[in-house]
Write a protein that binds this ligand. Structure first.
Ligand code: NAP
Length: 324
């Protein structure tokens, strides 16, 4: 098969299209013939050598795909060769074939083009599992940082569909407008005083739930932005790993801070998350309550351009690589 392999760690130039051996479906696995591969910010980190695959995962980059069942390993039930599917991966997605535990493979959401669906499951699984973890409830106030990224475009729509009052941050006037188009009540430029703007919009109350992709750089402001009994869930570390947490502020608010990473979760947790996504999120797509975010498609051979585009900060929504 053809796959994108890496020649050492570094910039986009280390990515190369190459012939590699086909994967084989082990017990409990299926092999998927990949139509499209989702591109995620974590892929840039893996390419640079900062995000190694978990033990046993493929060295090939790629955390999600859409395609058709190509072969089925022993002990797998419920799938036929040729059926369309999407899959959440620990690695191996930038390839024409990928082997994956069957628990992480689900049918695509109805009404969503299969290439587009390649960019849906990673954000859906991440956002839905984390907002369940912090019990976002209808009527609560929700803030997501980076409202037009892959995570943000989904999170705004999903939280709005749950009945939350949604706010977002973004970096340009165009992106702020996109956040509002997606369902945010208001969006705040993160170059300005987004915390003051949020407090102004919520009668100084703040957000019940914050989904954060910035990590250390926003830790203190995020605590200030929490409402009483608020919950902060950190999923990205774009602003660094180590921050100072003022526990006195946290205890005064009875606040909760938590953090998760989807990729390294045990197989049974990932399988349970996929079941929940199919049960609770896919119907929102079918009903038109969530639309796939804008996606930019690149032929797999142009993977370097795809990584450059994501790194540029100009991307909105998702990027996918297509295989012909
Ligand atoms: N823990 C997990 O399981 C998990 C799963 C998926 C993703 N993630 C992480 O979540 C993060 C976002 O992923 P993604 O797919 O959405 O990436 P993405 O599509 O590249 O989006 C990155 C987002 O970060 C925003 N951003 C950059 N600087 C910011 C700042 N100073 N303040 C507020 N927002 C800022 C960008 O906003 P502008 O475009 O407006 O500048 C953009 O919306 C990444 O760090 C990724 O690794 C974690």
């Amino acid at each position: 098969m053809r796959a994108i392999v890496t020649d050492g760690f570094g910039g986009p130039e280390v990515l190369q299209l190459a012939e590699v051996p086909d994967p084989v479906a082990g017990p409990g696995e299926v092999v998927i013939a990949v139509l499209a591969s989702g591109v995620n910010r974590a892929d840039l980190l893996q390419r640079q050598g900062h995000y190694p695959p978990p033990d046993g995962a493929s060295d090939i980059i790629g955390l999600e795909v859409a395609g058709h069942i190509h072969s089925i390993g022993s002990g797998v039930e419920g799938w036929q060769v040729g059926e369309p599917c999407v899959a959440l991966l620990a690695g191996g997605g930038y390839a024409e074939l990928v082997a994956v535990p069957a628990g992480q493979v689900v049918r695509p959401p109805e009404g969503v083009d299969l290439v587009t669906a390649a960019g849906v499951i990673e954000v859906a699984a991440t956002v839905a599992s984390n907002l369940t973890r912090v019990s976002l409830a209808p009527g609560e106030t929700f803030l997501v940082h980076g409202g037009t990224g892959g995570i943000g475009t989904f999170a705004i729509q999903y939280a709005a569909a749950l009945g939350a009052r949604v706010f977002a941050t973004a970096g340009t006037a165009d992106k702020l407008a996109l956040c509002r188009d997606l369902g945010a009540e208001a969006a705040f430029d993160y170059h300005d005083d987004w915390l003051g703007a949020l407090l102004g919009a919520t009668a100084a109350r703040g957000a019940d739930v914050i989904l954060d992709v910035m990590g250390a750089a926003y830790l203190d402001s995020n605590i200030d932005a929490l409402a009483d009994d608020g919950r902060l869930v950190v999923i990205g570390l774009q602003g660094g790993r180590k921050g100072t947490l003022d526990l006195s502020k946290l205890l005064a608010k009875r606040g909760l801070v938590t953090a998760t990473s989807l990729r390294g979760r045990p197989l049974e947790q990932k399988a349970a998350i996929c079941v929940e996504v199919q049960r609770t999120v896919w119907p929102m797509f079918s009903a038109g309550r969530i639309k796939p975010a804008w996606e930019t498609r690149f032929p797999a051979g142009s993977v370097r351009a795809a990584h450059e585009h994501l790194a540029s900060g100009d991307a909105v929504g998702k990027l996918v690589l297509t295989w012909s």
